[in-house]
Design a protein around this ligand. Structure first.
Ligand code: BV8
Length: 248
């Protein structure tokens, strides 16, 4: 089926659906200039996750881990949300039921105006006390050194879910509930290899949702998605979530 027809079909499903769940990954921010993880220019091509994104790495060398996250904060702070982020925020603002789940830690969905975003892997612009769990915003940056807990004075870590760590319980619960109850489940810009997030599209499909995938390459989700759209997020989402009468 030509891509325009796929977009038209997917758009009809979205317009008619009572409940829509969207799962985004790094690809949704790629056109903002935020690097993805696993592509040719991806972060994991230049850095080993074992050295930077595990609790063991942090225990070995806190300063190195913070240096890397500070670099990413600065990189993201110099970018803006793109048309994909804005299309999702605009759709929800029209009163449509849309649960937005993201694996991204860049905060661009919120900056575009989305509310109640389910952040599965944390946020680059927050620190969390390793001792008492106090959260602190880093949005006012730039900062140097290792942040100190305002409550107990202990060192704070990035509020990021590292490999081998559990995801925040409330976010995980909301994500699975939204997958189970979705009529339409849209998967955008994720390689769908990091679990448990990667299992959400399958959960939705098994509960009868129509699964739509938007990506520039095939992923494990492509094998069972009901509609696979080969295209970029910033080009495709405004077409899928627009409310004008024009068809693609
Ligand atoms: C856990 C640090 C319980 C954050 C990240 C089940 C099976 C197998 C393994 C496991 C399993 N369950 C758990 C595991 C282990 C592990 C895991 O999944 N490993 C995989 C890799 C094999 N999971 C965990 O450890 C998770 N914890 O399960 O806890 C537990 C606890 C203890 C013991 C047992 C169980 C924790 C996961 C931690 C995630 N943290 N990194 C950071 O610093 O940012 S993961 C990292 O990958 C990012 O956070 C990111 O969000 C996530 C997903 O990546 P994507 O977003 O998909 O990005 P990627 O680059 O891969 O893909 C980009 C896509 O975009 C591509 O498809 C590309 O084609 C597309 N694209 C590019 N440009 C565009 C585009 N698409 C559209 N438009 C464009 N313009």
């Amino acid at each position: 089926m030509p891509v325009n027809e796929r977009i038209r079909t997917a758009r009809e499903w979205i317009v008619r659906a009572g409940s829509i769940t969207v799962l985004t990954g790094a690809g949704v921010s790629a056109e903002s200039g935020v690097p993805t993880f696993r592509g040719a220019e991806g972060l994991w091509k230049k850095h080993r996750p074992e050295d930077l994104a595990t609790p063991e790495a942090y225990a070995r060398n806190r300063a190195l881990v913070w240096e890397w996250y500070r670099w990413r904060q600065e990189l993201v702070a110099a970018t803006e949300p793109n048309a994909a982020h804005y299309a999702l925020a605009a759709h929800a603002s029209r009163g449509r039921s849309l649960t937005l789940i993201t694996q991204n830690v860049d905060g661009h969905h919120e900056r575009a105006g989305s509310r109640d975003v389910v952040e599965l892997h944390g946020n680059l612009f927050r620190a969390r006390c390793s001792s008492d769990g106090t959260l602190a915003s880093l949005a006012e940056g730039p900062f140097t050194g290792i942040p100190v807990c305002p409550a107990c004075g202990d060192a704070m870590r990035p509020d990021i879910v590292w490999f081998g760590e559990s995801l925040p319980g409330d976010a995980l619960q909301r994500a699975f509930l939204a997958a189970e109850n979705a009529e339409v489940f849209v998967v955008v810009g994720t390689s769908a290899v990091v679990h448990p997030a990667a299992s959400l599209p399958g959960v939705a499909a098994s509960r009868g949702a129509k699964v739509i995938e938007v990506n520039i390459e095939e992923t494990p989700v492509s094998e069972f998605a009901h509609c696979v759209i080969s295209g970029t997020a910033a080009e495709t989402l405004p077409l899928l979530f627009s409310h004008d009468e024009g068809s693609p």
